[in-house]
Design a protein around this ligand. Structure first.
Ligand code: UD1
Length: 425
């Protein structure tokens, strides 16, 4: 087992082009199953979540070719097949694969999805979507089996704007007969990206970027190409690294309006921001200041995926702040672990209060999910002394190569170390 050894008091200074978005690439890969012709995707991130999703596609008979950041998928010979627990435990995509399978073949079977343990993460809204589109669901060994009994479109009203459930509804609606409508849809940029991709393949989706999506069903989708947009969460991670280290950075490829609530947060901490059409430049003050209250919310609100990074920034800011986590009821692991750095963090779910200290100190810390581990890594850059961080495998789910990126941003003193097994007695 490996862990990362991070030298503290490094300062971010540099520029970087941000990798493609994980949360856009994954649903688009699932959508490829609907298209019986070749699709070419460019600027795809090289991360383990993508690898695992490609494995699922291969299992379903999709021809997949990956070269650098380009992926070719040809689902012309695809057929429905069961996705086992080994294939589905890494991320949330199997539930979208089920939607895509019943939509294209009328039948599909999956083991329940895995993903980060940051809350209960039920699939009831997905089930409601699939059933509304005429699919009969049955329990099947540790998962779900779906058979589509009728192909009509429908009107569906989501009680909460779930990203995944909205994506599933889109996958079901495109090839349905007649009109469909999704009311209360999630408005995340990744939803808009998925709609653009599907429209490029011949789908008829209107209302992009709004909470009311209208879809005219088509008989067949056709081959297309799509360039994946930059990952706004990765961008937010590196901007926070600059903020906590009193640094400066220029990120390219990002659309600032997709990150506006987080940029607003960084500005309120005292960071200088220069927004470009496809880029952001951040200059941190000598010391961040915090006297604020933020709450994670569906887009365009403060993104839950950047909550752990925000806790890291607030830990070294002057003043006291309160953060409310309203999306995932168990997303507090990283905040808790920050205490080992000397952060003054109090957790009373759903709230985290943070009183900033002048200096954190290096420590042995453990990441337990993707974004939490990234947050611990960037916070360690600001601490005094050395940090040993376990949980690198989580980083690989969403970041192509954080060590490479941070080195390019001027923080090269991070190395991997083999962890020796301790023997007792
Ligand atoms: C997506 C993102 C994830 C992000 C999250 C919220 C991907 C691959 N992942 O996850 O990075 O943190 O949006 O912005 O795009 N819920 C239910 N029942 C359901 C589905 C969801 O109760 O059937 C609840 C969840 O438990 C959670 C909330 O709705 O409390 C938000 O979940 P959702 O928007 O669906 O997130 P994901 O699509 O899983």
């Amino acid at each position: 087992m490996e862990r990362l050894v991070i030298q503290g008091q490094q300062r971010v200074a540099g520029e970087l082009t941000v990798q493609g978005s994980k949360n856009l690439t994954l649903p688009i890969l699932c959508a490829c199953l609907l298209i019986p012709e070749p699709v070419v995707l460019t600027h795809c991130p090289r991360i383990s979540d993508v690898e695992e999703t490609l494995e699922m596609l291969r299992k379903l008979g999709v021809y997949v070719q990956q070269e650098g950041h380009t992926i070719l998928c040809d689902a012309s010979q695809a057929s429905p097949s069961g996705l086992s627990r080994e294939m589905t435990q890494g991320n949330r995509m199997s539930i979208l694969m089920l939607g895509a399978m019943v939509s294209r073949f009328g039948y599909g079977r999956i083991a329940y999805p895995g993903g980060c343990r940051i809350g209960k993460r039920p699939v009831d809204l997905h089930e409601m979507v699939l059933e509304s589109f005429g699919t009969e669901l049955e329990d099947a060994d540790d998962g779900l089996e779906g058979t589509r009994k009728q192909k009509n479109g429908c009107r569906i009203s989501l009680p909460f704007p779930s990203v995944g459930a909205t994506e599933n509804a889109l996958l079901c609606a495109c090839l349905s007969e007649g009109e469909s409508e999704i009311v209360g849809a999630a408005r995340e940029p990744e939803i808009t990206g998925l709609c653009r991709f599907l429209n490029g393949a011949g789908a008829q989706i209107r209302g992009l970027g709004t909470s009311r999506l209208q879809i005219g069903g088509v008989k067949r989708l056709h081959g297309t190409g799509y360039e994946i947009e930059a990952d706004r969460i990765v961008a937010g991670t590196y901007l926070t690294a600059a903020a906590v280290t009193g640094g400066e950075c220029q990120l390219w490829g990002v659309r600032p309006q997709q990150l506006s609530s987080y940029l607003d947060f960084l500005a309120r901490l005292g960071c200088g921001l220069h927004l470009q059409e496809q880029g952001v430049r951040l200059t941190a003050p000598l010391r961040l200041t915090s006297r604020l209250r933020v709450k994670t919310e569906p887009y365009p609100g403060f993104p839950t995926d950047l909550q752990p990074m925000a806790v890291g920034a607030l830990s070294v800011a002057e003043g006291e702040a309160e953060l409310e986590e309203s999306i995932f009821e168990r997303r507090f692991d990283a905040a808790e672990e920050m205490r080992r750095f000397g952060a003054r963090v109090q957790i009373a779910p759903p709230c985290i209060s943070v009183r900033g200290v002048r200096r954190l100190h290096g420590a042995d810390v453990t990441g337990r999910d993707l974004r939490g581990t990234a947050a611990l890594l960037i916070t360690a850059l600001a601490a005094e002394g050395e940090t040993r961080l376990e949980g690198e495998r989580y980083l690989k789910r969403g970041y192509e190569d954080m060590l490479r990126d941070l080195a390019q941003l001027g923080c090269g003193e991070i190395r991997k170390e083999a962890k020796e097994w301790q023997s007792y007695g």
